[in-house]
Design a protein around this ligand. Structure first.
Ligand SMILES: *Cc1c(COP(=O)(O)O)cnc(C)c1O
Length: 431
């Protein structure tokens, strides 16, 4: 493999100096058929299982087994107010007050619930601005919200795409689109990190500009939560939602997180779609006819808490608390920077034109993920060869491979080995 030997093997030193390296041992790393650990670079799609998740879920199963309905009040972690066990750690991840966050439902459901409160179109102000390409579920959600209010989604939904020939958005263009929509704009619903390009948007500037024109600023943080530290409260974001199964490692279909700024959370008069779990906790089980919302994000809960997925989430959030999102970010900048550096060498070796990294080069404008747009028609073949060689990555049509080295469990060696295998795959599929 003389081809791959040309990449500098600096990963030994980098891994040795990594103060977070022990965290990898807290996770199960999937193995291939030969029993060797795969190179898992897909934590942006489904995070790995914390070893403690099983025990946390088992605890709830045991309490259910031995206590039955009494578990609502007598389980070790009483189910009645289970969301409280998650709020502090969630708040630290996204820069919120504990009362501004709650774990409930799943992501797309929560986007709809939040829009029920925060998208209240009038004849004058009814437009929704989203990024392009937005995740399909988000597009469906905003278009169907408009339709549900009797508005043609083609008139209501404004999509802002990168300029021709470019792969990510300029903040100035986003802000200009907001200004342009002006008094017709009801809602900006943007990603924190775009799922496709990996671009991290300037959420504070977007929020400020949305507010200046009188619109609400909401964010889908599916690819940002657990990836990049945020300051949702200080940035004055109106609302946000995210899933917990990507960077937050809480398992398939895991519970979603919601942020509602306290200025809205304390406004008990806000219209909302209500359910009994959002009722004042002191009277929830009195079954009174009139809904009295709890203050804070918890007042948007609808149903009985999903204890089993929330137990897995609790296990994962404890790990995040121990590592600290700022330390994780520090390692992430290094790890993704190292990936970028190796990729540029691989590309130079292949003639400089084998692929384009479509993620911003400025580390402040991205998280873990780098997205590679393969230039030739061999994209799928490259991806398949990587898969055969034990790399778990992610393929997006038409020609993009998404790579996400995650600071909690990926090593610099993972990144190095990936770069070598990419080089090999490019060589073997060129034609
Ligand atoms: C992963 C993801 C989703 C998925 O939504 P679910 O309701 O959890 O299936 C939605 N939007 C974005 C931006 C995502 O990245």
């Amino acid at each position: 493999m003389q081809f791959t030997a040309q990449l500098p093997q600096t990963y030994h030193t980098l891994d040795a100096a990594d103060e977070l390296k022990a965290f990898r041992t807290l996770f199960y790393i999937p193995a291939n058929a030969k029993g060797e650990e795969v190179i898992y670079l897909c934590g942006n799609s489904l995070g790995l299982q914390p070893k403690t998740a099983e025990q946390y879920v088992q605890q709830e199963l045991n309490d259910w087994k031995t206590l039955g309905v009494e578990g609502h009040f007598h389980a070790r972690h009483a189910w009645y107010g289970y969301h409280h066990f998650l709020s502090n750690a969630m708040a630290r991840l996204v820069g919120a007050l504990p009362t501004e966050v709650v774990a409930m439902n799943t992501l797309t459901v929560n986007l709809h619930l939040l829009m029920a409160t925060f998208y209240r179109p009038t004849a004058q102000r009814y437009k929704i601005l989203i990024e392009a390409p937005a995740f399909p579920s988000d597009r469906y959600a905003v278009a169907s919200q408009a339709e549900w209010h009797g508005i043609n989604p083609h008139e209501a939904v404004i999509e802002i795409a990168p300029q021709p020939g470019q792969h990510h958005l300029h903040t100035a263009d986003i802000l200009q689109a907001i200004e342009q929509a002006g008094s017709s704009l009801a809602l900006v619903l943007f990603g924190g990190v775009n799922y496709y390009s990996g671009q991290f948007f300037n959420m504070e500037a977007i929020t400020q500009t949305a507010h200046r024109v009188g619109a609400i600023a909401g964010f889908d943080l599916a690819h940002a939560a657990g990836n990049i530290p945020m300051q949702l409260h200080n940035w004055n974001v109106d609302f946000a939602a995210w899933c917990s199964y990507k960077y937050l490692n809480s398992g398939p279909g895991g519970v979603s997180g919601v942020f509602i700024h306290e200025k809205h959370g304390n406004n008990l008069g806000l219209p909302r779609l209500a359910g009994w779990w959002g009722n004042n906790e002191n009277t929830r089980f009195e079954m009174l006819p009139d809904f009295v919302p709890q203050p804070g994000a918890a007042g948007w809960q609808l149903s009985n808490a999903q204890i089993l997925p929330m137990a897995a989430h609790r296990a994962s959030l404890e790990i995040f608390d121990n590592a600290g999102i700022d330390r994780l970010r520090k390692k992430s900048l290094q790890l993704t920077g190292y990936l970028e550096q190796l990729l540029l060498q691989v590309n130079a070796h292949a003639g400089g034109n084998a692929f384009t990294i479509i993620t911003p080069t400025n580390p402040e404008e991205r998280g873990c993920q780098l997205s590679l747009l393969i230039s030739g028609s061999n994209g799928r073949a490259v991806f398949d060869r990587l898969t055969q060689n034990g790399v778990v990555a992610d393929w997006r049509k038409p020609n993009v491979i998404r790579i996400a080295p995650v600071p909690l469990y990926n090593t610099f060696e993972d990144v190095y080995r990936f770069a070598c295998l990419l080089q090999e795959a490019l060589q073997q599929t060129a034609g």
